[in-house]
Structure formats: structure tokens, C-alpha cells
Write a new protein. Structure first.
Length: 426
């Protein structure tokens, strides 16, 4: 395979990664990250792979090697979690994950001796926390976001429970998963190397279903059962962590238990609050002023600084404070309720329900439409060798609202796609 090794393998892979809906803008930091994770020869090979799931035979044709040689190389990439191997109906397919939620995080989900994780943490911090292009692409590039907030189920009232659908419950994701893995928290592990980590639990990052199965198979997650995962969720609640998971109703692949100081998503939610980088739950805390003592615990617990303290304007108690909520930036996680000892906070339903994509494919297509990258998703010929992959993408497009279907047709300029959209109704 030596003749396939591009002189600029890292540049080729960076260009490839930037075709994902979330993107990965090229920078010196990105090239350094890739050089820690893989050789330039490996980068050149990965750069040729499809974005959508593919088989070993597909890679063999692209690389012009035997099926056996391709499989060995693909398995080696999976051992380094640069790819994921997915087993469904007895068939093995491979997936090139995006940088996030993907191989950036996977590289820090266990302690490794084969790469310099301290250097990697420094590079990730530079690329994500100092430079802003990647994070802006990741969290504020469109209306549909990578992840969503799960409400803390322990603070729900009986009335609240009437309005929580199954897919909005972290416990339901856990109970219905085919595989459950737990790993080291990427965010806190990264911040630990930077000397900035908090004391929140580290081994509490949850992965599910086919993604969890692949990470378990290659030693990057420890397989656990529903009971242990439920206990970990309770531990996360006790530590006032926010549940941030994949933004889809079905086959959720991850739930992170996040602190406001280390989590990339929550940091982005504070930094770019007006752009709503994280989908909220369908709840908002409501403040009963007559019960509020102004202790400030709710504001202290809020991971995105949506809860603050203002003067109570009490002439008899000029120093008295009251809690005040910024509804535009609130995630609806419910963590603030855990700190209130006077029952001055309760959850109410948002006036307008938050829309959650049906599946991961649906989510990716919506993100691609909004970010102007649908053409990269559809016309990635290597990705669309399979009619099944084409059907999944086109099927998701046809479920979009009319305005977004029009946006899709404008981007792609495909007569075939336009006819499909027209046939679905006026």
C-alpha cells in the first residue's frame, strides 16, 4: 500500500474531515493532533475512505489491495479507535467517525501508552479552547445541534412526568440499549493534563448500542449492565452533573455526564449562549419569589450561568437577593433545583417543544442542509456505493420540513432529488 501514501497525508485527511457536516477547519493545531494520533501514511489511507458506513471489500477497491490486507488495516485502525467497526445482522461494516463526537474523544477515553496524551491534551485545548473555528463549526453553525440536554429525572414532579417522553429520559436510553460501555471522561481527562480538572467522577462517560459495542470490543470502554449504568447516572445526579447526549430519538450512541468547568459543550453554551449551541430539554425552572431566600445556591450550580442573583428591592432588607433566570440561555437540565432547600424552584414545560431528529442519519442530514454541506454528504461517491446508504440519506431528506427540503434542493441542484422532493407533496 506504499504507493497510496500521499506526501501530504495529513492535509488530505483534514480536507476529508472538513466535509463532515460539523467540519474540522485546517490549522497547524489540527495537523499536530493528527500527527500524534496516526502516521502520515495512515492519514493518507483514511482520507480515501467513505464518510458513510462501508465494507472491507469497498476499502480494498479504493486502496487497490486484497480484501484480507484491507481488513487487517481496517482492524488496526479500529484498535486505535480511528475507525469504528459495526456488527449488524452478522455483517461487519466500518465507519469513519467525525472528530467530535468521535475519534478526538475516543483517544482520551482510557489511559494509553502508545500516544503522548499530555501533548494531545495540550493540542486539543489549543484547537478547541483557544482557537474558535472548530468549536463554532461544531456548536453554532446551524439550528440542529450535535447534542441535547436530558432533564435530571430526580427533580421531576408527578405533573412534570406527564410531559416527559421516553426518548427524553436518560434512564430509557440505558434500559433499551443493546450494549452499554463506560469510559473515562474525555473532557476531564484533557483538563487533568492541563491542570484544570475538577473533582467530578472521571469514569462516567456512557456509550451505547453499536458505538458502545465497538469501543468495548477494542478496550476503550468497559462493558456494564443496566443496573450499574443506572447507579452511575445516580452518581452523576449526586455530583450535579448535566446529561448531554446524542441529539436523536432512537439509537442514542452516547450520554456524557458533564461539569460546567471542563465540558466543551457547556463551555460553548456559556461562550456562545445567544447562538444556542446545545439543544435544551423541554423544561424551564420557575422561581417562586416569596419562597426564595436569596442563598445563591441555584446560581452556583448552574453550569451555563443562566441563573443569577438580583436585588430583591426590599426596602427593609436592602441586601436581600432573589434568583433570576435567563430563559434564553437555560438548558433545562434541572440541576439548579437540587440546590434549593426552600422549594422556591419548580420545573415548567417550555411554551414550544424542542424538536429532536428521529435518528442519527436524520440529524446528520439536517445539520448538512443547514451548514451548506449536503452535496458533500450525497455526492461522496465512495460513501454511496451502497443503495442502502443512498436510501437512508434521501429518506431523511424527504422527512425534512418544506423550507429545509427547499434548502436541500438549492444546495444540491439535483434534478433527481428535486423530483423526489416534489413527489412527497406540495
Amino acid at each position: 500500500m506504499a504507493h497510496h501514501t500521499a506526501k501530504h497525508g495529513y492535509s488530505s485527511l483534514a480536507e476529508r474531515l472538513n466535509r463532515f457536516p460539523l467540519g474540522a477547519p485546517a490549522s497547524e493545531s489540527l495537523f499536530k493532533i493528527l500527527s500524534v494520533l496516526m502516521t502520515e501514511k495512515e492519514a493518507a489511507l483514511i482520507a480515501q475512505l467513505p464518510i458513510k458506513p462501508f465494507k472491507a471489500e469497498d476499502a480494498a477497491k479504493i486502496w487497490k489491495v486484497s480484501d484480507l490486507e484491507a481488513r487487517k488495516q481496517l482492524d488496526a485502525f479500529c484498535d486505535k479507535v480511528l475507525l469504528l467497526d459495526i456488527i449488524e445482522n452478522g455483517q461487519m461494516t466500518y465507519v469513519l467517525p467525525p472528530p467530535m463526537a468521535g475519534f478526538f474523544e475516543f483517544s482520551m477515553m482510557r489511559t494509553r501508552g502508545d500516544i503522548n496524551q499530555e501533548l494531545l491534551a495540550q493540542l486539543y485545548y489549543q484547537y478547541m479552547n483557544v482557537e474558535e473555528d472548530f468549536i463554532k463549526n461544531l456548536f453554532v453553525g446551524g439550528e440542529t445541534q450535535l447534542g441535547r440536554t436530558f432533564v435530571n429525572e430526580q427533580v421531576l414532579s408527578e405533573d412534570n412526568n406527564l410531559y416527559v417522553l421516553d426518548y427524553e429520559r436518560a434512564t430509557e436510553v440505558i434500559k433499551t440499549a443493546s450494549h452499554i460501555g463506560v469510559s473515562m471522561c474525555y473532557c476531564r481527562h484533557k483538563m487533568q493534563h492541563m491542570g484544570k480538572a475538577c473533582d467530578a467522577p472521571m469514569d462516567i462517560c456512557m456509550t451505547f448500542n453499536t458505538v458502545g459495542s465497538s469501543l468495548i470490543r477494542h478496550g476503550y470502554a468497559r462493558q456494564i449492565d443496566v443496573s450499574e449504568c443506572t447507579d452511575l447516572l445516580a452518581q452523576a445526579y449526586e455530583n450535579n452533573l448535566v446529561q448531554f447526549g446524542e441529539n436523536s430519538k432512537r439509537e442514542v450512541s452516547f450520554i456524557c455526564n458533564c461539569c460546567g468547568c471542563c465540558c466543551e459543550a457547556l463551555i460553548a453554551a456559556r461562550k456562545f449562549a445567544i447562538m444556542n449551541p446545545v439543544h435544551t430539554s423541554n423544561f424551564l425552572p420557575e422561581i417562586e419569589a416569596e419562597k426564595c431566600t436569596g442563598c445563591g445556591k441555584c446560581a452556583e450550580l448552574c453550569p451555563v450561568e443562566a441563573m443569577g442573583m438580583v436585588s430583591a428591592n426590599d426596602p427593609h432588607k436592602p441586601k436581600k437577593k432573589l434568583a433570576k433566570l435567563n430563559e434564553d440561555t437555560c438548558l433545562g437540565c434541572g440541576v439548579c433545583l437540587r440546590g434549593c432547600k426552600t422549594d422556591a424552584l419548580k420545573l415548567k414545560s417550555r411554551e414550544k417543544r424542542v424538536i429532536t431528529p428521529e435518528t442519527g442519519v436524520h440529524k446528520v442530514v439536517m445539520m448538512a442542509v443547514e451548514r451548506g454541506k449536503l452535496q458533500d454528504l450525497i455526492f461522496d461517491n465512495r460513501a454511496l456505493l451502497s443503495h442502502r446508504a443512498m436510501a437512508a440519506v434521501i429518506g431523511a431528506i424527504l422527512k425534512l420540513p418544506p423550507v429545509k427540503r427547499y434548502m436541500a434542493s438549492e444546495q444540491v441542484k439535483s434534478r433527481y432529488l428535486l423530483k423526489l422532493i416534489e413527489k412527497t407533496g406540495q
